[in-house]
Design a protein around this ligand. Sequence first.
Ligand code: FES
Length: 79
Amino acid sequence: MDLTIEDLKCQTALNYDKELCVCKKVSYRTIYKEIIENKLLTVESIAEKTSASTGCGGCVNRIESLLEYAKKNNYEPLP
Ligand code: FES
């Protein structure tokens, strides 16, 4: 099941340090930071920077949701 932006917002509001990519142990915070600091726009560019999504691939939808969330959040830093 794909996460909606609101679902993701609730999850990340609870704990930004939760692992987004379990295989490579990369948190939502780490990936979000890379997105806003390096203007990353694709899952592939995030994979190059963080290794996220290069294991089982099961987190690709979460990365796509986070990319969408960052865009809707005007690339504002996390609290
Ligand atoms: S959970 Fe990210 S590659 Fe497996």
